[in-house]
Write a protein that binds this ligand. Structure first.
Ligand SMILES: Nc1ncnc2c1ncn2[C@@H]1O[C@H](COP(=O)(O)OP(=O)(O)O)[C@@H](O)[C@H]1O
Ligand SMILES: [Mg+2]
Length: 303
């Protein structure tokens, strides 16, 4: 079987505004794919098209090999969706809403439902209008993870969850992944995605600006180094890829582009390394740098 989800050159216009510009995205069986970007980047628009809630202007989007617009009903039998802002029927209790979602999806496991309610520390007996945002989020998450969907589409699903519950969420994603299921996880919180995802696609202003495995993207990142050498590293500032250098005598603190690390290490080794500390790059750094770069490029052309 091929990809679970394929998006090819997907575009969406709202009037004259291009919300999506030829977006490409793929989710393979058993894969967790992070869909990362700042607010307004086009994540929810893409997801609404994938769910058949919104029609694309052009391009092709398929789930389980079927067209997301014309085959939405069939697709939804095998899919679970969690939105970032869960609006619920105010007069139903949390437990009633979970049961309703599970019946609508047409699958689900009662014991798994009860286990999830306990793990997310949800009180299912309260009317949903009394729930906080975090609790409404938990209802949607329990409903999704209690079904045996093959694909989970999660659109910023943890906004409003506290860190302990965030951890429970991550375990749930790891469990469905271990069962061979697929997940598309949109987020602007990079640290959560970094731990969970096999691959990420980074979207900004309706365009995918980077995609690949985290290892593939890490070449774009910078590593923070603290060094102390026998001889002072006087030439360090002349190395390409060295940034934000602070030097005092034989001590230096600086960032280095990952692909220039070898050259810098050779240089330091030649000076006699007394101490060396490195802080690995995070997706956050990578994303912020890409974000700043494309932002800077744009303001230059605007001038
Ligand atoms: N129905 C709509 N009509 C007009 N513009 C929209 C509509 N839905 C979304 N947009 C715009 O499309 C852009 C992408 O929005 P969205 O997909 O919600 O971003 P994200 O989910 O990444 O925060 C935003 O600029 C948003 O204002
Ligand atoms: Mg959104």
């Amino acid at each position: 079987m091929g990809a679970i989800l394929t998006v090819r050159d997907l575009s969406k216009q709202f009037g004259h505004f291009s919300a999506l510009k030829k977006v490409n995205l793929e989710v393979e069986p058993g894969e967790v794919v992070g869909f990362i970007g700042p607010n307004g980047a086009g994540k929810s628009t893409t997801i609404r098209i994938l769910l058949g809630m919104l029609q694309a202007t052009s391009g092709d989007a398929r789930i389980f090999g079927r067209d997301v617009w014309s085959d939405a009903v069939e697709i939804h039998k095998r899919l679970a969706y969690v939105p970032g802002d869960v609006n619920l029927w105010p007069n139903l209790t949390g437990g009633e809403i979970i049961d309703l979602f599970m019946r609508l999806q047409g699958s689900g496991d009662r014991a798994q439902r009860d286990r999830l309610i306990a793990r997310f520390e949800l009180d299912p007996g309260k009317k949903s209008r009394t729930y906080s945002k975090g609790n409404r989020q938990k209802i949607a998450l329990v409903s999704a993870f209690a079904t045996d969907a093959e694909l989970f589409i999660l659109d910023e699903p943890t906004s409003g969850l506290d860190p302990l519950m965030e951890r429970v969420f991550q375990e749930c994603v790891e469990e469905v992944k271990a069962q061979g299921k697929s997940v598309l996880l949109s987020s602007h919180i990079l640290s959560e995605v970094e731990r969970l995802c096999d691959r990420v696609a980074i979207i900004r202003e309706g365009e995918i600006i980077e995609s690949g495995t985290l290892n593939e993207l890490r070449h774009l990142t910078r590593i923070l180094l603290r060094s102390e050498t026998v001889s002072p590293p006087e030439q360090l500032e002349t190395f390409p890829g060295v940034h934000d250098l602070e030097r005092s005598g034989s001590r230096a603190v600086f960032q280095v582009d990952s692909d220039q690390l070898g050259a810098v290490m050779n240089y330091l080794a030649g000076l006699g390394i007394l101490k060396l500390e490195s802080t690995p790059p995070t997706l956050e750094d990578l994303f912020m740098r890409r974000y700043e770069q494309s932002g800077a490029k744009r303001s230059e052309t605007e001038r």
